[in-house]
Design a binder for this molecule. Structure first.
Ligand code: CTP
Length: 403
């Protein structure tokens, strides 16, 4: 996700400084290169050696240390970075940058750089609520810095409130967001994800193996690229992505209703959900008892949601998925036509690295003319990128045909 990205991480002196070790590690795991600047107070909470070991690079702490090269750290770090992240950001560093004060290596470097820069404030709730700190945060935002909201929860001073460092995963998401070019800002995207559950009685249901990973990856990537995103999701075990609106549903009928409720304003609809084609004709009010030798279930058809959308799509772009165990391309082409889609993303359950629970997928995109482009195995996030690249092509083509 952050492969090859060069991040300069500034650590300032708050108790959450110890979490910067975890952040450094997570950034490296995401494929980023990390150089760390620590303020003097940060080194009171966590040692430079820890960060040096985790980042695999020297840690910068001092403005005035002679090195073996003629290299002004604040300038070379500013040139090196694709992005700056200050985590945790104390009220002090926020105040210094807002006030134009550069009196140590971190504040001087931030003053000397013009790269995307994210502050992740962490401090006592009363400090955070202080109107001067709030004004400083507003000022940073006004000048184009990104500032995350602190998380709510138990603070080091044993009180509860806003002021915790945001989750490491949310910081990573915010960095990815900051670094992604915004080429979908005019779009309102409706994504469906996950399985549906069709209840038989109060304790049992019919479902499928969908994990929701592909749909959530699409929602994330769409948001990173600047789109307004609504996610309609069946039950999954995944943390919910940060998007504009989330509707959690259980059954195919509930998904159908949620999709129709949000269809009008959508410009693009992507149906990555694995919708149950059938539901039990009757849902028993009480638990079904095992007082028979055999039990036949009577199932009835659920609406084919995307088929119904295909009839009313107007100028919207409609993208479906086809999950097959045999005749992948033929079956997918048939679905594409029948459901009036702009393109279909086909994947085979038989392929290694593809399918429901995996973090990777092996996709083939088939367009309206039937032309197929096969991609090799990649993460579901990368697959989502490819799908949106294709959507960009469709948008361009549609724009041209309007002229
Ligand atoms: N889909 C849908 N509503 C359904 C079933 C499927 O909207 N009741 C959508 C899926 O979200 C997907 C596409 O239709 O985008 C294809 O789904 P898939 O399960 O591969 O195919 P089906 O149409 O259900 O056909 P079959 O089960 O016969 O393969």
């Amino acid at each position: 996700m952050l492969t090859g990205k060069k991040i300069v991480l500034g650590i300032t002196g708050g108790i959450a400084a110890y979490k910067a070790a975890e952040l450094t590690r997570a950034l490296i795991q995401e494929g980023a290169r990390v150089k760390v600047i620590m303020t003097r107070s940060a080194t009171e909470f966590i040692t430079p050696l820890t960060l040096q070991t985790l980042s695999g690079d020297m840690v910068y702490t001092d403005m005035f240390v002679p090195t073996d090269r003629y290299d002004m750290a604040h300038i070379s770090l500013a040139e090196f970075a694709d992005a700056f992240v200050v985590a945790p950001a104390t009220g002090n560093i926020i105040g210094k940058i807002a006030g134009g004060i550069a009196d140590d290596l971190l504040s001087t470097t931030i003053m000397a750089e013009d790269k995307p820069t994210l502050f992740c404030p962490a401090m006592n709730d009363k400090m955070l609520a202080n109107p001067i700190v709030q004004e400083n945060i507003d000022k940073l935002k006004m000048h184009g810095y990104f500032v995350m909201d602190s998380a709510y929860g138990e603070l080091a001073c044993k009180t509860k409130g806003a002021g915790r460092l945001p989750d490491i995963s949310s910081i990573i998401e915010e960095i990815a967001m900051m670094l992604t070019p915004k080429d979908l800002t005019d779009e309102r995207i409706l994504v469906t994800a996950g399985p549906t559950e069709e209840p038989l009685d109060p304790v049992r249901f019919i479902t499928n193996l969908s994990s929701g990973k592909m749909g959530y990856a699409l929602a994330r990537v769409a948001r990173r690229r600047g789109a307004q995103v609504t996610l309609v999701t069946g039950p999954t075990n995944l943390p919910l992505p940060q998007v504009n609106k989330i509707v959690q549903i259980r059954t195919a009928q509930e998904m159908y209703k949620a999709v129709l409720d949000n269809f009008e304003e959508a410009t693009i609809v992507i149906k990555a959900a694995a919708v149950a084609d059938y539901r039990p004709a009757v849902k028993a009010q009480e638990k079904i008892k095992k007082n028979r030798q055999s039990l036949a279930l009577n199932l009835e058809r659920n609406p084919d949601i995307i088929f119904e959308l295909g009839k009313i799509k107007g100028s919207r772009i409609l993208v479906g998925f086809a999950m097959e165990t045999q005749n992948l391309l033929d079956n997918a082409r048939e679905k594409l036509k029948k459901k009036n889609l702009d393109f279909i993303v086909a994947n085979s359950l038989r392929e290694e690295g593809a399918g429901f629970q995996t973090d990777t997928n092996v996709i083939t995109i088939i367009d309206k003319t039937g032309k197929a482009e096969a991609f090799s195995k990649m993460t579901k996030l990368d697959a989502a990128l490819k799908i949106f690249d294709r959507i960009r092509d469709v948008i361009k083509k549609k724009g041209k045909s309007k002229k």
